[in-house]
Ligand binder design. Structure first.
Ligand code: SAH
Length: 286
């Protein structure tokens, strides 16, 4: 006997294949196309995003519109971004009964940050742009985001100091956002089936903001430190500072740093911001 759930999944995959055939489409690797075929993930998106009729939603990589079709029925307006012009026709046709949707053919990374303003970002985005997409999101005034990411990538975002997954992106995520893994999403939820499982994550703008005095300097420092994350801070920092200042002054400059004998991977995001702010102030005074 086929259970109700399997029945629904079966419907979604049949529908997907029918659409692909009708429009003579095939999933494109270069756009990370892997389409949702399990409606359970739609329910999770709707539930965790806590959608109301007052919400404006930004959907990134709308694909064939499976999530879009549910979103338009719940919120005031959906802005759906899709890079592939072949899918735009499908989206326009499927969403034609709804007036509260705007479909934009574009690369999300090229669009202005203002598009994110006050929006709930709800999306199963393409995984090949996960890092730049997050860095873009962090710069904007988004309201919240519920998105799927590759599971390992999501784990790196929330990794704690001294864990294997801890790195530059963990530090930046901690500084800019509050992130939570809500659900593990099996790879079989998508077609074609991706190699790895995904995670549904909730991202909120950071509640306790950590002030970075100079963002360019901070970025330079973090990049340089995490290129050598198993090394001791003293050694890496000396190498970094040699490029910025007179060598004879380095020892004095770093003499008061409490975590100087720690390995880079042991430093907390707070340690790193504090270090960056202190160094930037001293260097700009000298
Ligand atoms: N959200 C859909 C599709 C997921 S596949 C679903 O859940 O079924 C990812 C989608 O993002 C594809 O439709 C792909 O064409 C689109 N895409 C890829 N790169 C993009 C980019 N840079 N900007 C916007 N959309 C992109």
């Amino acid at each position: 006997m086929i259970s109700h759930k399997e029945d629904k999944d079966g419907d979604a995959i049949t529908e997907l294949k029918t659409i692909l055939k009708k429009y003579k489409l095939y999933p494109k690797k270069k756009f990370s196309q892997s389409f949702l075929i399990n409606p359970i993930l739609i329910d999770w998106h709707l539930k965790f995003a806590n959608l109301t009729q007052n919400d404006y939603v930004l959907e990134i990589g709308a694909g064939l519109g499976i999530l879009t079709l549910s979103l338009v029925q719940k919120v005031k307006k959906v802005i759906a971004i899709e890079i592939d012009k072949n899918l735009i026709e499908v989206l326009r046709n499927r969403l034609s009964p709804y007036k509260n949707v705007e479909i934009i053919q574009s690369d999300i990374l090229e669009l202005d940050d203002s598009l994110f303003e006050d929006k709930k970002v709800i999306s199963n985005p393409p995984y090949n742009i996960s890092s730049p997409l997050l860095f873009k999101l962090f710069k904007t005034n988004y309201k919240m985001a519920i998105i799927t990411l590759q599971k390992e990538f999501a784990e790196r975002l929330i990794a704690k100091p001294n864990s294997k997954a801890y790195g530059r992106i963990s530090v930046n995520s901690y500084i800019h956002a509050d992130i939570e893994i809500l659900k593990i999403v099996p790879n079989t939820f998508f077609f074609p089936i991706p190699k790895v499982d995904s995670a549904l994550v909730k991202i909120l703008p950071k509640s306790n903001k950590i002030q970075i005095i100079n963002v360019d300097f901070y970025n330079k420092l973090v990049n340089s430190l995490f290129n050598q994350k198993n090394k001791v801070l003293e050694k890496v920092l000396k190498g970094f500072l040699k490029k910025q200042m007179n060598e004879s002054k380095i020892d004095e400059l770093i003499s008061n740093i409490s975590c100087i004998r720690n390995r880079i991977r042991e430093l907390t995001p707070e340690n790193i911001v504090e270090l960056s702010n202190m160094l930037y102030q001293k260097l700009s005074r000298s």
